[in-house]
Design a protein around this ligand. Sequence first.
Ligand SMILES: [Zn+2]
Length: 95
Amino acid sequence: MNARNAFDGEGVVLVIGPAIAEDLPPVVREGLARRTLVNTGQTCPCGARLVVPSRAARRRAVRRQEVLHVTVEHEDDCPASDAAIEDALRSRRPR
Ligand SMILES: [Zn+2]
């Protein structure tokens, strides 16, 4: 596991990413590395970015003590897409 702190002026955000095991297929390792890039505020090579919720949404979440959820839209052919990672892991499982 790796973690990174970021300060957005309103609070501290802790981003926890997965450990990227050496024995994973290269396409899965690339997908997880790309997800880590996006989760730490960088842009995926496919162009996907983490879109921070509006200030109003962030304040509302703090007031209600709720967790903010974000969605990142990777391109269909990006190794970080859900489908790409699921396909790579599915093909790796013994049958
Ligand atoms: Zn991507």
